[in-house]
Ligand binder design. Sequence first.
Ligand SMILES: O=c1ccn([C@@H]2O[C@H](COP(=O)(O)OP(=O)(O)O)[C@@H](O)[C@H]2O)c(=O)[nH]1
Ligand SMILES: O=C(O)[C@@H](COP(=O)(O)O)O[C@H]1O[C@H](CO)[C@@H](O)[C@H](O)[C@H]1O
Length: 322
Amino acid sequence: MLDEVERWLAHRSWSADDRPLDLLLAAKRAAGQWGTISVVLPALNEEATVGAIVAAIRRDLMTPEVPLVDELVVVDSASDDRTAQVAAQAGARVVRRDAILPRLPAVAGKGEVLWRSLLVTSGEIVCFIDADLREFDTRFVSGIVGPLLTDPAIGLVKAMYDRPLETGGEVVAAGGGRVTELVARPLLNLHWPRLAGFVQPLGGEYAARRSLLEQLPFPVGYGVELGMLVDALDLVGLDAMAQVDVGERHHRHQDGQALGRMAATIYHTAQHRLSRGHLVRPRLTQFDRVSEEGFVPRTHSVDTQERPPMLEIGEYVARRAA
Ligand SMILES: O=c1ccn([C@@H]2O[C@H](COP(=O)(O)OP(=O)(O)O)[C@@H](O)[C@H]2O)c(=O)[nH]1
Ligand SMILES: O=C(O)[C@@H](COP(=O)(O)O)O[C@H]1O[C@H](CO)[C@@H](O)[C@H](O)[C@H]1O
């Protein structure tokens, strides 16, 4: 590991316990406008889990005694279940992805909704939390916004955690984060070794200053986390980035082929940054055994579209100037 990363781990890697809530609330008061916090949950068919996450954040972090979070928004990613109703009943403001910036028709993908969320939130600190988490602890939020409240030099904070691989509520292996371990961590270590200190580079729980996020392109799919780490490193440097240990994360796990498609788009996101030019062919062929036919190839396109920095969107600039 690079000496720079060793040093980074010593002074940019914390526990959520290092910043108790009373310290955060005092820092938030002192920060004024710069301490405003928006929590965003991207949600595609998360009716089973989104309500408990919303309720926990409202219960713990949006009360007169603990007014840490200023707004809580669920961006509904064209769900076809009751995600929007469940989230609204739990107390979130729900915004439909397709209602945001309709002049640019939305495309499928997690990064698409995170990018659009910047247009419908106002906090100077934006905190992203996946909506498929179970046994959610609001330390995930307070832990990662903490350094942004207490240290002006920090621009982006990732959560780190254990992530058991579970099926039906039973732990089947210690090593969740399959795409992290098989694709993202090797890619980062080989090509961006300064990012090798991030324990959960693909984790979906992270917070950043709006002033940083609005300068970054957003890969529209699952490449958004890797792309954001690489682009933030280029723009603000490693010392403006940090990570906080928030314990253990339980979430729904996708099947192997879905993770294969995720891996392909993450690889494309990395390759796009490596050569900013020559792109691999964005297609992925996978195989299913079909009774008498044997293995049948099924080819998927790999999403490659990226949205520009929000500062290049006139509506966003006008809203911020208002
Ligand atoms: O097109 C998409 C894909 C995912 N998500 C949300 O993004 C988060 C992370 O997605 P997912 O759980 O599928 O990723 P994983 O954790 O399995 O890698 C979840 O809240 C999803 O509902 C979304 O809003 N739109
Ligand atoms: O880290 C990973 O390997 C993947 C899959 O996790 P699991 O193997 O299902 O625990 O999950 C993450 O990757 C996505 C792409 O960056 C993020 O969007 C998810 O929030 C994150 O859970």
